[in-house]
Design a protein around this ligand. Structure first.
Ligand code: ZN
Length: 150
């Protein structure tokens, strides 16, 4: 029982010691403001769990932990790792979706750029209609498309 508590304390210590180390090691990533957000945070947490597991294995092999304690601790770590892994996968998938959508939008945008751009600016009130229209969305006056830059 006392041993279990010791293990818990050393585990907690490890988390507090290792986590800041990992945080500072990723300081380089923070220079790029892209996203130090959930994905990196999840990977960092997973790293900590794996390190804890390795440490646990080591302590078990050197006879510092009772098999029962080892078993339950390892189960906890495994569950946590699996949970973090699933969360990472989910996040990565949603990011892939985002990338796909971004690519489609970019392709559509460049396609549009190849065509002559028409503007639907009302000659009466000056309202820039955002969509191709025959009549001004602001005042209802007839609108004729105007080729941009021409
Ligand atoms: Zn108008």
């Amino acid at each position: 029982m006392l041993l279990g508590i010791t293990v818990l304390i050393s585990t907690a210590l490890l988390v507090f010691v290792v986590a800041p180390l990992l945080a500072t090691s990723s300081a380089g990533e923070q220079a790029v403001p892209v996203d130090v957000t959930p994905l990196i945070d999840l990977k960092r947490r997973r790293l900590v769990v794996y390190e804890n597991m390795q440490d646990l294995d080591f302590e078990y092999k050197s006879g510092k932990i009772a098999p029962n304690d080892y078993q339950s601790l390892r189960e906890n770590y495994t569950r946590e790792a699996a949970h973090l892994m699933a969360a990472t996968k989910e996040l990565e998938l949603s990011r892939e979706d985002d990338a796909l959508i971004e690519r489609e939008v970019a392709a559509r945008r460049s396609q549009r750029r190849l065509q002559p751009t028409e503007e639907y600016v009302c000659s009466k009130c000056g309202f820039e209609n955002p969509l191709p229209v025959k009549f001004c969305g602001e005042c209802g006056a007839p609108v004729s498309p105007r080729v941009r830059g021409g």
